[in-house]
Design a protein around this ligand. Structure first.
Ligand SMILES: Nc1nc2c(ncn2[C@@H]2O[C@H](COP(=O)(O)OP(=O)(O)O)[C@@H](O)[C@H]2O)c(=O)[nH]1
Ligand SMILES: [Mg+2]
Length: 726
């Protein structure tokens, strides 16, 4: 089977690929010239009804080169290496793809194993080239024929079993060198190439014998080669026509062989017939093959349809059997378990799941199935009803049964079977059950109440409230309910009081622990959102916030008033105030102080005006009519002034603005020198700020005293104003 398959594939490959044509011949036999001239003549329309076209650019280039060389009278150089030449050959509607190889003639010499031998072995037809001159030389003639013999042997070995022998032709080249008598060809062959002829006749029914002259005469010799050469080929159509005919015969034989191979090769046949029809369109063989293929396809279709129908029938039959068996089993189960409708229903459902196709052929069966399930459901319901009723009655009659449980059972029975007939007997039954259950409940409530009382006053308030909650949940509607409710309310109130009391006590004891004070009141509110003291707690929270705010700002203010020069500490206090009270009442003031501390620590320039003075009588000379005073100031070692002189006045009004801005920063000293400008200048006062006044700029912004004398300045230096805190 495997061998047949390989053979089929190999035949199909040969039928579909381009046909390989071997041109066998030793060096100088005229292979290259023959291929070139075949192309030149057949493409140029000089061979009637034949056309040989180059199938790719490489082939076209290779051959056009050679043609030009020949026509220019240059002999062709010896071929080196191997060149693939691809052609399309057209002849009377036949179209063949051909692959030739031109190669170095030495490669086929006796005893050599070159790659071209593989090509020659594998090719579909071969021209065995022997040239006319060799006939005259017995030695080379024998050797040439031995080379032919070797290749024929190769074919015979490689030939697949049952395949037709490959077409082979003896091409006698350079026929122009033979005597012009037409019978001479036969004679030469008979005389000199008998060996080859015999081989072909014996092994190859498709053989040919022809003489060709590619050039029609010898090429001009080297000395004459200046002028163009006009070849006059003879007999070139014959090898091509032989090729067409013998390849067609071979293809037919191959296709027939493929057809006759055992096994199913329809796809291969389809491909090969298509290829055959492309090569030999419209030939009787093509028509016959196509008809055969159509018949084969129809046969296959019939076979497949039949097989499909049989398979479908088998499947239907097996399905039917499977479903019938399933139904039979389910029916048997129903008969055996008549008393257990639940199991029977379950079994029918499982049958339905496992036999999804059961009703395909019998639509009415689905109706029957639905009806059967409905009946089963009714039976199940009726059975459950009877069972539950019997159970309920049984429990009701049991004096030890828990009355509450039985009562709940009755309720759920009503819910599940609303269709139950509520006649007077049933009402009586129900009333008795309720009475028993109520009495039982009261008894239990009494017990729970007693338990509550036992816990009494000493239990933790929250635990007692929880206990009361439980009671109210379990025994709502019993006689003790209102009493328990009252007790619960009392407990709640006491708990409320206790919690607010604790918050109050903490606040009184730790007035400055604002955070914890808040937490205590907040905890109260969480526990008693609607507590009796919720209003008080909210009020307390507001007050604590206000107190806290004031307390923290007071720390800022007090320090500022006592030590305005201690900017480090002031900054710390302002920042901590702002962090704790971002929305505090004094946040703007705190920010003012902070900004002021930043401003005064950097040197600033201030406008200073000397306004007026008030001086003691003693300052002037006894005999003068009053002092004539001027003022000079010195800040951080830099002098400003002196001012103008107000003559003879104890209350001078200078209103003198120091022309230069006073440059000052925190810590700089201010010195004030007052001079009486009488006939000779006399220093009336010379005062300097010291450590105790780091904000010495204040001197130049208001009144400054020296003993009983005073000076008033004005400047654009300001101190932050502190709000009232109360
Ligand atoms: N007289 C004559 N000489 C030919 C003919 N064909 C080829 N030759 C000569 O034979 C020699 C070898 O030809 P070439 O095609 O190169 O042979 P290859 O080696 O088989 O390819 C060249 O000198 C050709 O001129 C022909 O038809 N008649
Ligand atoms: Mg050559």
């Amino acid at each position: 089977m495997k061998r047949t398959q390989t053979l089929a594939v190999s035949l199909a490959e040969r039928l579909c690929r381009p046909q390989r044509i071997g041109v066998f011949g030793h060096r100088g036999v005229g292979k290259t010239t023959l291929l070139t001239m075949l192309y030149r003549e057949a493409v140029g329309g000089r061979l009637p009804e034949l056309r040989l076209a180059a199938a790719d650019a490489r082939t076209a280039d290779y051959l056009s080169d050679k043609v030009l060389q020949l026509e220019a009278g240059h002999p062709l150089p010896a071929t080196l290496g191997e060149t693939e030449l691809r052609f399309h050959l057209y002849y009377r509607g036949v179209r063949l793809d051909l692959l030739f190889k031109d190669y170095q003639g030495e490669h086929v010499a006796l005893g050599r194993e070159e790659p071209i031998r593989d090509f020659l072995r594998d090719c579909d037809a071969v021209w065995l080239c022997l040239d006319a001159p060799v006939a005259e030389a017995p030695g080379p003639c024998l050797q040439a024929q031995q080379e032919v013999e070797q290749i024929v042997e190769d074919y015979l070995v490689a030939q697949l079993p049952g395949t037709p022998p490959r077409p082979m032709a003896l091409a006698l080249t350079k026929a122009d060198l033979l005597p012009s008598d037409p019978s001479s060809v036969n004679e030469v062959i008979n005389r000199h190439f008998r060996m080859t002829r015999h081989t072909l006749e014996l092994h190859c029914p498709q053989h040919g014998l022809f003489a060709v002259s590619s050039l029609g005469g010898p090429m001009p010799t080297a000395s004459e080669s200046v002028k163009p050469f006009a070849p006059r080929p003879v007999g070139l159509a014959t090898p091509l026509i032989w090729l067409v005919e013998s390849l067609q015969t071979q293809d037919e034989a191959r296709l027939n062989q493929l057809w006759n191979l055992p096994g199913n090769h329809v796809p291969l046949l389809e491909r090969c017939v298509a290829s055959f029809a492309r090569r030999y369109p419209g030939t009787p063989a093509t028509v016959a093959f196509q008809r055969r293929l159509r018949e084969l396809r129809q046969k296959r279709l019939r076979r497949r349809t039949f097989a499909g129908a049989v398979a479908a029938a088998c499947m239907l039959l097996s399905l039917w059997t499977y479903d019938a068996l399933g139904q039979q089993r389910a029916s048997r189960f129903e008969a055996a378990n008549a008393g257990d409708p639940v199991a029977v229903r379950q079994n029918w459902l499982s049958y339905q799941t496992w036999h999804p196709t059961r009703n395909l052929l019998r639509p009415s069966a689905a109706q029957v199935e639905r009806q059967r399930l409905r009946e089963l459901d009714e039976r199940i319901h009726a059975k459950q009803y009877a069972d539950r009723l019997a159970e309920l009655r049984h429990h009701a009659n049991d004096p030890d049964a828990d009355a509450e449980t039985v009562w709940q059972e009755l309720q759920s029975f009503h819910r599940d079977f609303p269709e139950h007939d509520v006649d007077s007997a049933w009402q009586h039954f129900r009333a008795a059950l309720k009475e028993r259950r109520d009495a039982e409940r009261e008894r239990r409530a009494e017990q729970a109440f007693a338990e509550l009382e036992r816990t009494g006053e000493q239990g933790a308030l929250s635990a007692r409230i929880e206990q009361a909650d439980r009671f109210l949940r379990d025994f709502a509607g019993t006689m003790r309910e209102s009493e328990v409710r009252r007790r619960r309310a009392a407990c709640l109130l006491r708990l409320d009081e206790r919690d607010i009391e604790s918050a109050r006590a903490y606040s009184a004891g730790q007035p400055l622990n604002f955070q914890t004070r808040r937490e205590r009141y907040q905890r109260y509110l969480e526990r008693h959102p609607d507590g009796a003291f919720a209003k008080e707690a909210n009020e307390a929270l507001k007050n604590i916030d206000a107190d806290w705010d004031k307390h923290d700002f007071r720390a800022v203010r007090d320090h500022f008033q006592a030590n305005p020069g201690d900017v480090k500490e002031l900054q710390v206090r302002c920042r901590s105030y702002l962090a704790v009270h971002p929305q505090g009442r004094f946040r703007d003031s705190a920010r003012d102080v902070l900004r002021w501390t930043e401003r005064v620590t950097q040197p600033g320039e201030y406008r200073v005006v000397l306004k007026s003075g008030s001086f003691d009588r003693k300052v002037a000379y006894f005999f003068s009519r009053g002092p004539s005073l001027s003022v000079e100031i010195e800040v951080n070692g830099v002098r400003y002034g002196p001012s103008n002189i107000v003559a003879r006045n104890y209350q001078p009004e200078w209103n003198y603005e120091f022309p230069r801005r006073v440059r000052w920063k925190l810590g700089d000293t201010v010195r004030i020198v007052i001079t009486d400008n009488y006939y000779w200048n006399r220093r009336v006062a010379d005062i300097s700020s010291d450590q105790s006044e780091p904000v010495s700029m204040r001197w130049l912004s208001g009144e400054v005293n020296s003993g009983t004398n005073s000076l008033t300045f004005e400047s654009d230096f300001t101190m932050p104003t502190m709000p009232k805190i109360e």
